[in-house]
Write a protein that binds this ligand. Sequence first.
Ligand SMILES: [Zn+2]
Ligand SMILES: [Zn+2]
Length: 259
Amino acid sequence: MLKFDYHNHPQAHREDLHYREEVLQPWADKARAIGITDFALTDHDRYKAGFSFDELKKFQYNNSDLKIRAGIELDNDPETSDSGKKWVEKHYDDLDFVLGSVHFVKDFPFDHPYYIKEYDNYDIDELYTEYYKLIQKTAKSGLVDSLAHLDLIKIFKFFPETDLSALYEETLDIIKAQDLSMEISTAGFRKPIGEQYPHFDLIKLAKAKGISFTIASDAHTAADLGKNYDLLENILKEFEIEEVATYEKHKKIMASPYL
Ligand SMILES: [Zn+2]
Ligand SMILES: [Zn+2]
């Protein structure tokens, strides 16, 4: 069993689930039940109003047998990401971990099923190219520790027609140069793509470049914490990944993910 989970959304996508004991405690209970000893809360920056350092501190104090990291997922939402960035800058020293992600290309939320028709309006290779250029911008922002679901753009199984390997290579080189981690996430198993993020080829390439990995379920409910971690464990074994990154106040600590 794997013991770290560095991408979780206690607020799901709901404004009524602001940080308080009844919202947070189920995450610690679930972690304990399945052997997760170190996990990060990383709600989307657009829900920063529901984040509370005081509530988080109480939660950590009440569950001091677990390492619970203060985190956030900073994305490129055209409406909220500017204020999200400012919030991260302001609270940077109080946060352990910042995930960087891209959820918008051409200003539409490409991973939302409601907007799937939007794909018809664009050339898929162009969308992929814009997506990875935005990932590169995020990686260079100086605000993030790890890149979430690196190939999220494959979610609905639209694939590029040309070979974009130079773009992938360039993206991973930037991640490495910035000394960031790349997430391996089981969230894709719950989506139409039906596989982990990112693709095996990207994991292989990242490993060859010496990029560190964070591991995550991207749970939006405590029940999904560590979901499909048996599959993730197989992937780590397949790629001989023996240590992954954990974070305390943005300091990367490499550790065995095994209990
Ligand atoms: Zn995300
Ligand atoms: Zn997420």
